[in-house]
Design a protein. Structure first.
Length: 217
């Protein structure tokens, strides 16, 4: 659903720059808007998952991961709770200042994403350093090119490389997501096309991450 939403935004932006009819452009705009509203509904209850994550991460022995993961979960929980409030307001159930609360929601989201980026960089560097230490310990002096190739193709190094690729994708995804709350808060002024493109990239990465878990082995 998220992928279709941002694809619609990107297509709508492109059509607006061409000779496409106003009706066609409005169709993609409405599709994006309806998908956004539907996603808000499907996220009801998601803050509970973040509360559970907070309780789990406060026991994390690594202080950097404990603080970033706990802070991220708290911020994203706040973002979604306000998002639910805005959804109820749009449905006419409650009456709130939508503009004010939308900004508060965006600040929570932005803070959560910044903490996520810090975590991504930290985890990437930690795995990269562990990989370098392992290779250094595994290579005897003097070492040959054949020995180096054997170490680099070992299951341990391959697992390090797999973990690095995972953290790299997570970092790209979180950086792409940063543009959305940043633009909502008017910290930057990207085009709708750029927002749609980065949102599409982020959603495709997310799909790539969850797809193996959904496919039976």
């Amino acid at each position: 659903m998220l992928t279709v939403q941002y694809a619609s935004k990107l297509i709508g932006w492109y059509l607006a720059r061409t000779s496409a009819s106003k009706g066609t452009i409005e169709k993609f705009s409405k599709l994006e808007s309806n998908l956004s509203l539907a996603r808000k509904l499907f996220r009801v209850g998601k803050p509970i998952d973040f509360f559970v994550e907070i309780l789990r991460q406060v026991k994390n022995a690594d202080p950097v991961l404990r603080n970033t993961l706990t802070g991220r979960a708290a911020c994203l929980s706040g973002w979604l709770l306000i998002d639910h409030l805005l959804w109820f307001a749009k449905a006419g159930i409650v009456n709130v200042d939508a503009k004010k609360w939308s900004r508060r929601s965006a600040w929570f989201w932005l803070a959560g994403l910044i903490l996520a980026v810090v975590r991504d960089i930290y985890q990437y560097m930690r795995v990269e350093q562990a990989r370098a230490r392992y290779i250094q310990r595994s290579l005897n002096q003097p070492n040959s090119a054949e020995q180096a190739q054997t170490v680099l193709s070992s299951p341990t190094v391959q697992q390090f490389d797999k973990d690095l690729a995972t953290h790299r994708l997570e970092l790209i995804k979180d950086v792409c997501d940063l543009i959305i709350p940043s633009s909502s808060l008017e910290l930057i002024q990207p085009s709708a096309g750029l927002v749609g493109l980065l949102g599409l990239i982020s959603s495709l990465i997310g799909l790539h991450q969850v797809w193996p878990k959904q496919v039976p082995k």
